[in-house]
Write a protein that binds this ligand. Structure first.
Ligand SMILES: NC(=O)c1ccc[n+]([C@@H]2O[C@H](COP(=O)([O-])OP(=O)(O)OC[C@H]3O[C@@H](n4cnc5c(N)ncnc54)[C@H](O)[C@@H]3O)[C@@H](O)[C@H]2O)c1
Length: 265
């Protein structure tokens, strides 16, 4: 699938990986993008940059906390009011702060579920411009392995895998014509990966933060956001429904989780 002339929403799109997603999509011919993010100041900067580089008619910022249903619904509504269509939803907004684990579940997981519901049940059927709608959900390598230092974050990212695998099935495609795919980035240079000590739950976990990068397989030179956005484009263009992609240490690869029978001890 080409993104040319399509309309996308990127949650958490005002900065970090999400903002790079918006740039990559526009460079590949996207007609317009909505950035749905809590950070109004970053949103304003992002809109100024995109307007300057691609044109003011290409972007909309909607101040949105994805964990608040009415705000997310408002971002979808404003998108179709301004751009007339909606074809691609990239659920990227996320936090990694163990002390606020209930809120983190609301943002990372419930926000993604609600966005999938809005896209598949309400907006793609009415507003997609082509044959298919696309959802890209954001997990992490922390969604594919144990992470002793950030167990509650890892839980939200494991849940995203289950959500995307279950929605990205032939049964759901038959009735929704929506491809649902997952990206699992490894450590990537953004504010999310900074100040890890203060993001751990308590002293006991804090003592382990020195081991974090070794544990999640980083080779000491975290990748930059442009590698992750290249992965996102590949996933949209080539990814099959339900597929799961890792992007780590600059490498992009698809994985096939084993059938449980193959995991028998
Ligand atoms: N950076 C990494 O190493 C890494 C690795 C694996 C997965 N991820 C995932 O990638 C996604 C993006 O992370 P990032 O590294 O760009 O983080 P980031 O902190 O740099 O950017 C996150 C963006 O999301 C926004 N945001 C936060 N809470 C929000 C909410 N409730 N509603 C809407 N927007 C909200 C922030 O304002 C910010 O613009 C997250 O889901 C994260 O878990 C990141």
């Amino acid at each position: 699938m080409s993104v040319e002339n399509k309309v996308a929403i990127v949650t958490g799109g005002a900065s970090g990986i999400g903002f790079q997603y918006a740039l990559e999509l526009l460079q590949n011919g996207l007609r317009a993008v909505t950035l749905a993010d809590t950070d109004a100041a970053k949103g304003e900067e992002a809109v100024a940059k995109i307007s300057n580089d691609f044109g003011a008619d290409k972007v909309l910022f909607v101040e949105t906390d994805v964990s608040v249903k009415v705000q997310l619904a408002n971002a979808f509504k404003q998108t179709v009011e301004k751009f007339g269509n909606l074809d691609i939803v990239i659920n990227n907004a996320g936090v990694m702060v163990e002390a606020i684990w209930e809120k983190m579940i609301n943002i990372n997981l419930k926000g993604t579920i609600y966005s999938c519901i809005l896209a598949m049940e309400e907006y793609f059927p009415k507003y997609k411009s082509g044959d298919e709608g696309i959802i890209v959900n954001t997990s992490s390598v922390a969604g594919l392995q144990e992470v002793p230092i950030f167990p509650f974050y890892a839980t939200t990212k494991h849940a995203i895998i289950g959500l995307s695998k279950s929605l990205g099935t032939p049964q759901n495609y038959a009735t929704t014509k929506t491809r649902v795919m997952t990206i699992c980035p490894g450590p990537t240079v953004t504010p999310l990966m900074q100040d890890l000590e203060n993001k751990a739950f308590n002293e006991r976990y804090r003592a382990l933060t020195g081991e974090f990068f070794k544990l999640v397989g980083d080779v000491g030179k975290p990748q930059t956001v442009d590698v992750v956005s290249k992965c996102m484009m590949k996933v949209i263009q080539e990814g099959s429904n339900g597929s799961i992609w890792v992007v780590e240490n600059g490498e992009i690869y698809e994985i096939a989780p084993p059938d449980r029978k193959d995991m028998k001890k």
